[in-house]
Design a binder for this molecule. Structure first.
Ligand SMILES: Cc1ncc(COP(=O)(O)O)c(C=O)c1O
Length: 412
């Protein structure tokens, strides 16, 4: 069982006092952790012309986007709204890559007009794009390398039947469309999934990019995606970023020599940059004994705020930060949503009392960004701790937010 500091600190500040000041449920992020993760990544790949792009689907809070921009990172986006948030945060359009799937050509055209880099993931759109732009706008191609990797079937993106990318088996079609419309391919991209521990999965993907690069003579970058695994509990495995950096640098430098040009290497970390920085602080509303000898601790949050445990069976460490040193007992920590809504089953927590505050760890990625108003419950506030100060970076929703954009039509 992992040990934690008492009092429980986030960015050097007592988490309980942050919860008391801003209320719960509350997302709290530690800027230091984002910064440390970024520097660790940069130093692992320091031998290359390395330009990571933060996959902002993980967390699109504007203040976090600005923070990551100031660290020197680029941006990876998947919707026109993420593109616009990125531009609003201050990212230069050519430092943003747009990697949508299942969108119409209209959304691509809108992104093109904003000047961001475009990553095309299907043959139909590639052809449409060629008809409109010919050789006037270089693009990137998202390939499906058919590498099965990733922690959970729902986050594997490169299997044979995956909706993502253009299959490497369709390389002849890609070439034919590009030749027909004189499309300039400036980048090649792949992303096999999330929670990938094995360095070899990334290296295999890289080999696919190297192999495909021979068909395109005007490349400026290769993008090997992301999916770096982070540890969710003590002794949990994570991607060895230093090992990955070492292996990739050697191969990529050799590739560039062969290709005859020093390309940029891109990747798109989401979880890796922000997951560990985030905590969801919740208060215990209900304690209920069960016949199974496990006490239910019902809290003032739910799958509407953090869906990962229910959606991906993800494990998030839970700590009782009000009473850290009492005797440990088994609890199931559940939310207040009207269906099975469990944050953690059969967890040994320091004795939980009514009103205690629990911290759910590793909640910085795909937490708030996947939150909803299900059950008409309100979304939490978000706080970023930076240099010893807790900054409010998103206000808690109020009831009136639920009424926005709902013309009230009385039909009878
Ligand atoms: C294309 C692409 N790039 C990057 C990411 C970020 O992955 P992760 O958060 O695992 O780093 C994702 C995640 O879904 C993705 O689909």
């Amino acid at each position: 069982m992992e040990t934690f500091s008492h009092p429980f600190l986030i960015g050097g500040m007592p988490a309980l006092s942050i919860a008391e000041k801003f209320g719960t449920p509350l997302y709290v992020y530690d800027a230091n952790i984002i910064e440390a993760q970024y520097h660790r990544l940069m130093s692992a790949f320091s031998e290359l012309n390395f330009k990571p792009k933060y996959a902002c689907k993980a967390n699109t809070n504007l203040s976090i986007l600005k923070f990551i921009l100031h660290l020197g990172c680029g941006l990876d986006t998947v919707s026109i709204q993420e593109v616009k948030l990125g531009i609003l945060a201050g990212f230069a359009p050519d430092n943003i890559i747009f990697t949508p799937n299942s969108v119409s050509i209209d959304e691509i055209v809108e992104a093109a007009a904003l000047g961001v880099r475009l990553n095309i993931d299907n043959l139909h759109i590639l052809n449409e794009f060629g008809i409109r732009y010919g050789n006037t706008k270089p693009v990137c191609i998202r390939l499906n390398p058919h590498i099965v990797a990733g922690g959970n079937i729902k986050i594997q993106t490169a299997h044979l039947g995956s909706k993502f990318g253009i299959s490497i088996h369709q390389i002849d079609d890609i070439i034919a469309i590009c030749q027909k419309h004189e499309i300039v391919i400036e980048g090649l991209h792949m992303h096999s999934g999330s929670d990938i521990k094995d360095v070899n999965s990334f290296l295999k993907g890289l080999e696919v990019l190297f192999d495909t690069a021979k068909y395109f003579s005007q490349l400026n970058y290769l993008d090997f995606g992301s999916g770096f695994k982070v540890a969710y509990k003590e002794d949990d495995a994570s991607t060895d970023i230093e090992q990955l950096g070492k292996e990739v640098c050697a191969r990529f430098n050799a590739f560039c020599k062969n290709y005859g040009k020093t390309l940029e290497l891109w990747c798109e970390p989401g979880k890796y940059l922000v997951s560990r920085s985030g905590y969801l602080l919740v208060n215990v509303n209900v304690l209920k004994a069960t016949a199974a000898n496990i006490t239910i601790a019902g809290v003032d949050s739910g799958l509407n705020h953090l869906i990962r445990p229910m959606m991906y069976d993800a494990y998030h460490e839970i700590v009782n930060i009000s009473n850290p040193s009492l005797e440990k007992h088994p609890y199931s920590v559940v939310g207040n949503i009207c269906e099975t809504d469990t944050f953690g089953t059969d967890r040994l927590l320091s004795e939980v009392r009514m009103g205690d505050t629990l911290a759910i760890l590793n909640a910085g990625a795909y937490g708030f960004s996947m939150s909803s108003n299900y059950n008409s419950r309100l979304k939490p506030a978000e706080i970023m701790v930076y240099k010893g100060k807790a900054h409010l970076i998103r206000q808690r929703q109020v009831f009136e937010d639920l009424l926005l954009h709902q013309p009230q039509v009385d039909f009878l």
